[in-house]
Ligand binder design. Structure first.
Ligand code: FEO
Length: 401
């Protein structure tokens, strides 16, 4: 797939898309073999060219080269910075070194971050919530604050003449879509992108999920006549209700009935044997669980686990005691769960130990801090086969409670 994509998406608006298939760990944390796109936009308007966001810093030269395909750099008069995370703002540093007299618009927090991140004092215009920027010829841009989606500086903007809402991370997704617009994707790719959107949402926005309905309500009350949602990552949306409804569901922390996930670590197969019994019981009860594991031969990825758990109803966490403490990987995964996943889950804890049981108590206490409903915790000494009946019993308690 080519690295860059330039497409006219409205009468006066171009999409500049960077297809990043080289990134492995988004934010240095989330494994994304599917890659990601950085979507910037250019509006050519009577008052001059308006630029909406940029790309990651490593693509700064390519960003400027791509910009030159559609505009003369000296015609750029305004840059809107919806969000200062460097996957969007990184390439702006080089542009601002090359072109003078550009006014940067964004949240006041973005101004301080511009200086902190890039050592740049720029001509910055902090925008108030609802502020209007007239751009000549009947064009006007409106700015709206959407705090904590997912930084406090996050804003969106609406170009009323083109009926386009620019949303940056909001409604964004992982993955490199084969088409610009979601509606043009083949149906199986639409399904994949629904998952990429949920995964991105859980990984990146999940911690601030309570801000989602607040901001969605606010956008809805604006009664904007939106024809196109232009995101900062992934596909663009003409079917506005599809993506806003998906966000409503995620923001409402909706649980998929009976969806059950099993996450386990296993050093020497004892934990894995307990999981095999639990999974067998789940299947007997008509539930086919998602299984994620960390063993001596295989590791799943935090990005998928957090994405998939977001709408789960039941979770089984199986691990062991290690150095008289909770097994380190389990400790890490549970901290991510506590940070990113809504607590409206039922959880069963299965732990194995040799000379001393510690993991079960620590895990239960840790989950209780975030008010997860731990419906059972088993501490198993050595092989779990002797405890098979009890494991089956607690699994049934998990799915029936
Ligand atoms: Fe896509 Fe929060 O940056």
């Amino acid at each position: 797939m080519q690295k860059t994509l330039v497409e006219k998406i409205k009468r006066n608006i171009y999409l500049l898309r960077l297809n990043d298939s080289e990134v492995k760990y988004f934010e240095g944390l989330w494994y994304i073999p599917e890659g990601i796109t950085y979507n910037a936009y250019v509006a050519t308007l009577p008052e001059g060219v308006v630029l909406f966001d940029g790309w990651k810093h490593v693509y700064s030269e390519l960003y400027i080269e791509t910009l030159r395909q559609v505009v003369d750099l000296s015609d750029i008069k305004h840059i809107v910075v919806h969000h200062m995370e460097p996957d969007h703002s990184g390439s702006l540093k080089l542009l601002l070194e090359k072109v003078e007299n550009i006014t940067v618009y964004g949240h006041s927090i973005a101004n301080s971050l511009m200086q902190a991140f890039y050592g740049r004092t720029v001509k910055f215009k902090p925008v108030n919530d609802g502020e209007k920027l007239a751009l000549g010829g009947g064009h006007a841009l409106y700015f709206y604050h959407t705090p904590w989606l997912h930084w406090p500086d996050t804003i969106i903007s609406y170009l009323d003449s083109e009926k386009v809402l620019f949303t940056c991370d909001v409604f964004g997704s992982y993955g490199i879509p084969s088409r610009v617009f979601y509606e043009d994707l083949p149906s199986d790719e639409k399904t994949v992108f629904k998952w990429f959107t949920q995964k991105y949402f859980a990984n990146v926005i999940g911690h601030h999920v309570d801000w989602v309905p607040k901001n969605l309500d606010k956008i809805s009350r604006l009664n904007l006549n939106i024809e196109l949602i232009a995101t900062g990552h992934g596909p663009l949306y003409r079917e506005i209700s599809y993506i806003t409804n998906l966000y409503q569901e995620l923001g409402a922390k909706q649980v998929s009935k009976n969806k059950t996930a099993v996450i386990y670590t296993s050093m020497y197969r004892f934990v894995e044997e307990a999981v095999e019994i639990a999974v067998d019981e789940l299947k007997k009860q008509g539930i086919d669980p998602r299984i994620y594991k960390f063993t001596d031969t295989y590791r799943d990825h935090e990005s998928d686990i957090i994405g998939d758990l977001f709408d789960a109803e039941n979770i089984i966490i199986a691990t062991s005691t290690y150095d008289a403490d909770l097994y380190p990987i389990a400790k890490y995964i549970v901290e991510l769960i506590k940070a990113k996943i809504p607590s409206n889950k039922k959880i069963l804890v299965l732990t194995v130990h040799g000379w001393g049981p510690v993991a079960g108590k620590k895990l239960t206490e840790s989950l209780a801090e975030k008010k997860f409903q731990v419906i059972g915790s088993m501490e198993i000494k050595g092989s779990p086969r002797r405890e098979e009946a009890k494991i089956r019993e607690v699994v049934n308690k998990l799915i029936r409670q």
